[in-house]
Design a protein around this ligand. Sequence first.
Ligand SMILES: [Zn+2]
Length: 267
Amino acid sequence: MTNWIEVADRVYVRRYEELDLTVGLVVGDDGCLVVDTRGDEDQGAELAAAVREVTPHPWTVVYTHAHFDHAFGTSAFHGADVWAHRLCHKALVDNGAEQLRSWGERYRADGKPEIADALDRTTLVLPNRLVDDRAGLSVGGRHVELVHPGFGHSDHDLLVHVPDARVLFVGDLVENGAPPQFGDAHPLSWPTALTTILDFDVDVVVAGHGDPVDLDFVADQREELREIAQLCRAVAAGEVSTEDALAASPYPEEFTRTAVERVLSTR
Ligand SMILES: [Zn+2]
């Protein structure tokens, strides 16, 4: 499962059994860009070694968002500039240590002490190149755009667009193989973030989990997220009970319940 797949000219994805995670790599003439770094020090070291099997060029890192499985393996990428949304930096400062603690606890409870131990050893790397709405960078001569599509899976999701390859990395704004995660989400604006994704002229959409998808898949997920937003609005307005909303949702109960709670707590 963990091999590089070249989804377009010198644009690679790497899939992992753990959490069904997907990371990316864009290679230019004399530089490369690593899209997310996995979840702990050991996992990051594995990824860094795997990048070195593809290219010897200096590396730059970008975080799609601050969740541990995407952003906690960076200490292995010595000397890398790390790009992220400004609020990604804030999220890591505010809750990075808590993510380390709670996921360590969870992995220990799940009988995976080696991952819990690796989390204990993990040093967070804060981004040093901050993006507000958008930024362009040259990856070894190759143009790459970073775009914040508004609030969605988090308040700081960042899209990574490789125009010459017609590829878009979208982090957890799109989920393939599992329902979207609402724990830090903004369910009411998430559909609009997917509309921004649908405006890109790309062939391949790389989600943060599961196999890459296409824009049709994104359009379908937007419809489901619109239903969720509608249900959350109705609950917030007192027109529908939470129980009825859970029953009407396209997603499992616990996912919808989290979405409703997010909307009620953040309005
Ligand atoms: Zn996430």
